[in-house]
Every structure is written in structure tokens, then in C-alpha cells.
Design a protein around this ligand. Structure first.
Ligand code: GLN
Length: 544
């Protein structure tokens, strides 16, 4: 029997609802239960794929190739459960589905309304594709009171009744502000937020209150009294040193205990196994050294745009027992003055992450040159691999006008759409009638590694699976030129057409990958490429 937990947020946004959901998932796993985590986003976009990284942060990609909200990344990092297409929905998708059914005549002429048609579609989504999970956690995006969120709240109200209260739980995350001048904790915003939920027929069962200090028992009783909740189910959610400390904190505050008590399945004598999280926190709190990594990208003012990347670098630090300091640099600064490279003087590694568009690309190429010449560990991800290939073609291959067709027509498209660089051999291998040229390559693809390569040693495996999100590819027709320029084609798609990994055998650590390894890294299972990159940075640090 699957139990459902609905997570809503109140008072203000950015309280860490995604981390709270991921944490509860991890705590239930630590109690031996299986979980599935889902995100319901009230915005009208069909998916976040086309949303600006400035506004929306990172687009997280699943194995089965869907572009989703970055919270799904937190879910995977905390639980290790690979998210699927069916774990992410938006109002846009719900409406698209309802309208498609209406056009097909599925509703037999009925008047289509938010209740029941839209709410039915939401409920169908919440319950679909569940097999044997003990718990399904559904996070509702946004904050209670948002107009767009109303159909979702109505759907979970109805579902609560249909499933029965014994099989469903409502967890509400709120904020308890502390007024420093009077030294008071204010409960009123939480009371209002719960009232708002109650006005929609939803009674929260547990309150998780973000607060910068412990909530004293009298305040918990007061909140409980106003909100119809037992004081033990009013839980303090303190700010943590690292997000990976949150499972330990919330456990100490009784979150998982309360959830199991609610469902009447708490066995006091059984303690959860939290060794995984104490082990991670031990390494995070007691680093044996520090390395500095420059991340040279475009959206460096909004770190959520590179959420998984920042986490994967931290995981590489956890694996090597070092703290990783990140210096986020807008690549355009390397296009202006050469003195700007002073900024890179004390870095132990340079990483060019995924990116789109021409702006800042020359700065990224200049950063590749710097890393190559100074023998600083270089990690190029997706766009960062493409820029490394253009740099090699220009510097070692003599093709001064090497570029990517992403930036417009060019004489030497070292990077281009697959359909742009078809020749008869390529056409023979791939059936282009069925192939997509201009669309995104999304989701998991297999890659074959060269057994003589550095990456083969890093992975310890010749066949790997990694997630992609890009349109352009390194053009295989330039392979021999790029090899002469010093690159090794260390990983290829299974049909041998698409370069997936390049490396420089003559450099201490220089790797470019067409995929996004950061999406699969976990704190308890750091991605080998990040572990390898940080190990190389440590070596670099000990040399300078
Ligand atoms: N803009 C490049 C492409 O579409 C790279 C994309 C990325 O880095 N994710 O191929």
C-alpha cells in the first residue's frame, strides 16, 4: 500500500521546500522504506526547458529525457532514486492534456471546467506510474495563496479524501521570523498561512517551521493551538551548515518520527540508519585542505543556474576530503583585457560548464587556452567541450576561423548540427529519415570509452551512460585535424559517429564531455569525473 505525502509552502518562497522534500525522502529511506518524489509546478510553461536560467535556475534532465525543475536534482541527490518523466508536471502540461482530450472529443461534449476536469488530470498524474513504493512525496511548487496553485491544492484536498486520511499526510513549510529588536519569534505569518490552507479545506498535519533559532515549547504550543496541530508536530527547521546536514537536523527535530507516528507505523525501538549522512557531514566539516576552482560561464550572477554543477564539485571535494572554493566568473571578462587573467592566477582548476549562444564564447575559448598553456586542470562540460575543440582547431590545427554553427554560418564548423555535417559515410550509418537534426539530444545515451584513455581509468568501465542536453555536436569530419592538434577522442557514441569525450594526453588533466555528468553525481556517490578533477586540482595546488 502506497502512502502519499503532500508538501506545500507558505509565507514566502525560497524556504527550501525542495530540500525539505528531498530530506524527508532520505529519512524515510533511512527507515527502510522505498520512496518516489514528485514535483507539481503551477506555472503555465509546459516544461522549464525554454525558461530563462536567470528566472528559473537550472533545467534538470532525467534519464528518460525530460527537462524538469531543479528540485528533481535535489530529490535524486538525496535519495539516489532516478527521477522519471512521470515525476514532474506543470499546469501547462495539465492544460495541454485536458485540451487535447477535449479536441479529441473524449469528454463527450461536457463543459470542461477546472473542477472536475483539471483537478482530475492532476490527481491522475499524482497516482500514475506508481508500483510498489511505500511513500510518494508530492511537492507543490509556489506558495499558498498563489492563484496558479489553486487547482493543485484543490486536487490534493480531494485526493486526501479519496485516499483516506490514514494514507495521506499534509506537510506545510512556513517561516517564523525573528524580530531582533524585541527578541521575539513571530508566529502570526504561520497562523495566516495555515488559515489560508484551511480556507481551501486543507488541514496540515505537520508544520515544518524555518527559523534561525529553536522554537521554544510554549511557542510550539501556541502555533499548535491556532493551527489544530499537536505541539510535537510543529517542527523547528533550523538553517544548516550545508544542505547535506539537513537530514540529520530534521531527524533530530523529529520529522521522520512524526510522519511515521501519523501513519501509526512508528516502531520506537528501530533507529534509522543515518551513517551515510553523518559520514558526509564528517567530511564536509573536517576538510583536510582546500582547492579553488574557477567556473567560467554566463549566468554567474545566479548560482541556481548551475545548481547540479556546484553540488557535483562539492561531491568531488567530499570524495577527496577537501573543501572546494568556487569562483564564478563571467567569461566576457576574458574578452576585454588580458590583465583579467590575473583572476585565474591562484586557481587549481578551470571548468567551462554548459551554455548556449555566442555571447561570452570567445572568453571561454581564451580560458581554455589559458588552462592548456598553464597546465591547469581543465574540465569542459557540453559547451565547455565544444569550446575546447574549437580552441584546439585554432591553436594546434591552424584553422583560425574554426567555430560553431550555433553562432551563425561559418567556414570551419568544428561544432555543428549533426544534419549539417552529414556525408555519405555518416548517412550510411544513421538513417536520417528517422533522425532528428535540429532538436535537442536529451536524456541518457551510452558511450564507448577508449581503453587507452584517462577517462577509462577514471570510470573503470568501457561502457558508460550519461545524460545529454544539447543540439550541436563536435563534427567527426575534423577528427584527424583535432587529433593532430593534441586531442584524443576518448569516448564515442556506440555507432562511432558522435564524439562524447575528448582529452589531452599531453596535459595533467584536460577532459571535455558532451554530456552533463553533474546531473548524476550524489554526495554519497560522487561522480568519478568530478572526483578525478578535484584530485587533479589538489595535485596542482601542491605544485604551486
Ligand atoms: N549550446 C550547445 C548545444 O546546444 C551546448 C549546450 C549545453 O551546454 N548544454 O549543443
Amino acid at each position: 500500500m502506497t502512502r502519499f505525502i503532500f508538501i506545500t509552502g507558505g509565507v514566502v518562497s525560497s524556504l527550501g521546500k525542495g530540500i525539505a522534500t528531498a530530506t524527508l525522502g532520505a529519512l524515510l529511506q533511512a527507515r527502510g522504506y522505498t520512496v518516489r518524489l514528485r514535483k507539481l509546478d503551477p506555472y503555465l510553461n509546459v516544461d522549464p526547458g525554454t525558461m530563462s536560467p536567470y528566472q528559473h535556475g537550472e533545467v534538470y534532465v532525467t534519464d528518460d529525457g525530460v527537462e524538469t525543475d531543479l528540485d528533481l536534482g535535489h530529490y535524486e541527490r538525496f535519495t539516489g532514486v532516478s527521477a522519471r518523466k512521470s515525476d514532474s508536471i506543470t499546469t501547462g502540461q495539465i492544460y495541454m492534456d485536458v485540451i487535447t482530450r477535449e479536441r479529441r472529443g473524449d469528454y463527450l461534449g461536457a463543459t470542461i471546467q477546472v473542477i472536475p476536469h483539471v483537478t482530475d488530470a492532476i490527481k491522475e498524474f499524482i497516482r500514475c506510474d506508481i508500483t510498489e513504493e511505500d511513500f510518494v512525496l508530492c511537492e507543490i511548487g509556489g506558495t499558498v495563496g498563489d492563484i496558479e496553485g489553486l487547482p493543485f491544492l484543490e486536487a490534493i484536498r480531494q485526493l486526501g479524501n479519496e485516499l483516506g486520511h490514514d494514507n495521506s499526510l499534509r506537510l506545510h513549510l512556513t517561516l517564523l521570523p525573528h524580530i531582533s529588536s524585541t527578541g521575539e519569534l513571530k508566529t502570526k505569518p504561520t497562523q495566516h498561512s495555515v488559515k489560508e490552507l484551511q480556507s481551501m479545506g486543507i488541514q496540515p498535519d505537520i508544520l515544518l517551521c524555518r527559523c534561525n533559532q529553536y522554537i521554544p515549547i510554549d511557542q510550539r504550543c501556541k502555533i499548535g493551538q491556532f493551527c489544530n496541530i499537536r505541539p510535537e508536530a510543529v517542527i523547528t527547521a533550523l538553517d544548516a551548515l550545508s544542505i547535506y546536514e539537513v537530514p540529520l537536523r530534521y531527524h533530530d527535530e523529529g520529522l521522520d518520527t512524526e510522519v511515521l507516528r501519523y501513519f501509526s507505523i512508528l516502531r520506537e525501538e528501530i533507529k534509522p540508519s543515518l551513517a551515510r549522512w553523518t559520514g558526509i557531514m564528517d567530511r564536509v566539516s573536517n576538510p583536510e585542505g582546500q582547492v579553488k576552482i574557477a567556473v567560467i560561464g554566463k549566468y554567474t550572477s545566479l548560482l541556481d543556474s548551475y545548481k547540479s554543477l556546484a553540488e557535483a564539485l562539492i561531491h568531488g571535494g567530499i570524495a577527496n576530503k577537501v573543501r572546494v572554493e568556487l569562483d564564478w566568473i563571467n567569461s566576457e571578462m576574458f574578452e576585454k583585457e588580458s590583465e583579467s587573467f590575473i583572476r585565474l592566477n591562484d586557481v587549481n582548476g578551470i571548468l567551462v560548464p554548459g551554455g548556449f549562444g555566442e555571447r561570452g564564447s570567445e572568453g571561454k575559448i581564451a580560458a581554455v587556452t589559458f588552462a592548456r598553456e598553464r597546465r591547469i586542470p581543465y574540465f569542459g562540460i557540453c559547451f565547455g567541450m565544444q569550446m575546447a575543440c574549437i580552441e584546439a582547431a585554432r591553436s594546434g590545427g591552424g584553422l583560425l576561423n574554426a567555430s560553431s554553427s550555433e553562432f551563425g554560418p561559418c567556414d570551419e564548423p568544428v561544432v555543428g548540427l549533426l544534419t549539417e555535417w552529414i556525408n555519405s559515410t555518416v548517412a550510411e550509418i544513421r538513417n536520417f529519415d528517422n533522425d532528428y537534426g535540429g532538436t535537442m539530444r536529451l536524456g541518457s545515451y551510452k558511450c564507448q570509452l577508449d581503453k587507452n584513455s584517462r577517462v577509462y581509468n577514471i570510470y573503470g568501465n568501457a561502457l558508460i551512460d550519461e545524460r545529454h542536453r544539447h543540439r550541436y555536436e563536435v563534427n567527426i569530419n575534423y577528427k584527424s585535424l583535432l587529433e593532430k592538434a593534441g586531442l584524443r577522442f576518448a569516448g564515442m557514441s556506440l555507432d562511432g559517429l558522435l564524439p562524447e569525450i575528448i582529452e589531452r594526453p599531453d596535459h595533467p588533466w584536460f577532459v571535455g564531455v558532451q554530456f552533463h555528468p553533474e546531473l548524476k553525481s550524489k554526495p554519497f556517490d560522487p561522480h568519478p569525473l568530478f572526483t578525478g578533477f578535484i584530485a587533479a586540482a589538489i595535485k596542482q595546488a601542491s605544485l604551486v
